[in-house]
Design a protein around this ligand. Structure first.
Ligand code: NCD
Length: 323
């Protein structure tokens, strides 16, 4: 199924109803979500932020692709706002028996589900569902093909902002399999909209996105030129599941040319941070001592993921004082 024409994400009063992509969202909406998310961030070891703002609401998580962080953090976010959550194992559900995703959604809608969170290898599924749900229902993408992963883009923006104090003017290198990465697309859209100085796409030719994509970003076909002087180095996993077998690079060769090692990281700014959306392939795109090293904010990204998802759920389900 091709990516459908994007459903309208904003209501007529400008408030956020669905979150399917960060592309084209007003900067004020992004700022509002980051600002709300920052209220929900708590240091490790402290009680996580919790309230009953969504008491009585019901959220359905329907993932048709593997997920650890995104699924769990959406689930925790829902619990921490006092709503009910149900998890549908799509592989096990009626879709296997031929029921269309729209029929499954309609069934759950009849049971008073207020929001659907969807992950699918088919980039068009969240849009399709958003185009069919009742007007009081919201749809959030938990990752759609290689097209969009909006809450990941937001948590990446929140992580940069909290670690560096700003996004404006920063040089941010997104490195590796950019071509197949929904994370790269959503993160680049967030960084660009929030005023980053130079968003760099750094990839070998086979993993470089098409020319019409990543408008406004610079392109680098060598790791050294791409990360030199960068304030942020975001590494990506090779998305084997989205490639033909013949195109999958040999892991040892890939690490030799494209792996982020301690030595290579010295090319970046002295206070550069290292990010990775995970799951990580240690020894393929990133050396273990970099992933676990002092410049890594990878675990902060995960913590911020819950806060961002709380902010998004609260915003779409309560409307509140949105811009
Ligand atoms: C990513 C995804 O699924 O898009 N993971 C995530 O959500 N944090 C990245 C990946 O799979 O490599």
């Amino acid at each position: 199924m091709p990516a459908a024409k994007p459903a309208e994400q904003l209501r007529s009063d400008g408030s956020l109803r669905h979150l399917l992509t960060l592309e084209g969202l007003p900067r004020a909406t992004l700022e509002h979500l980051l600002e709300r998310a920052s209220h929900f961030v708590a240091p490790l070891g402290q009680m996580p932020s919790r309230n009953a703002a969504l008491h009585g609401k019901t959220v359905a998580i329907m993932f048709a692709e593997p997920s650890t962080r995104t699924r769990v953090s959406f689930e925790l976010a829902t619990h921490r706002l006092g709503a009910d959550v149900i998890n549908i194992e799509v592989q096990l559900s009626s879709r296997l028996k031929g029921e269309s995703v729209l029929d499954t959604v309609a069934t759950l809608e009849s049971m008073h589900v207020d929001a659907f969170i969807l992950r699918d290898a088919d980039a068009g599924v969240p849009d399709l569902v958003a185009g069919h749900v009742a007007s009081h229902v919201s749809v959030l993408s938990g990752g759609a093909g290689s097209h969009a992963h909006p809450t990941q883009g937001l948590l990446d923006a929140l992580t940069v902002r909290r670690a560096k104090g700003r996004i404006e003017g920063l040089s941010i290198a997104i490195v590796g399999d950019v071509r197949h990465s929904r994370v790269a697309r959503s993160a680049a859209q967030a960084f660009t909209a929030l005023g980053a100085g130079d968003v760099r796409i750094v990839a070998p030719p086979a993993l470089m996105p098409d020319a019409g994509e990543f408008i406004g970003c610079s392109r680098h076909e060598s790791l050294a030129s791409g990360i030199t002087g960068a304030d942020v180095v975001m590494m990506l996993r090779i998305q084997k599941e989205r490639m033909a077998a013949a195109a999958i690079p040999d892991e040892a060769h890939y690490f030799a040319e494209w792996g982020l090692t301690r030595e290579r990281l010295r090319l970046a700014a002295a206070d550069a941070i290292v990010m990775h959306p995970q799951p990580m392939n240690r020894g393929v795109e990133i050396a273990s001592d970099v992933a676990d090293g002092p410049q890594s904010v990878i675990r902060d990204q995960v913590r911020h993921g819950v806060a961002v998802r709380m902010a998004v759920l609260e915003t779409v389900l309560l409307r509140g004082d949105q811009p």
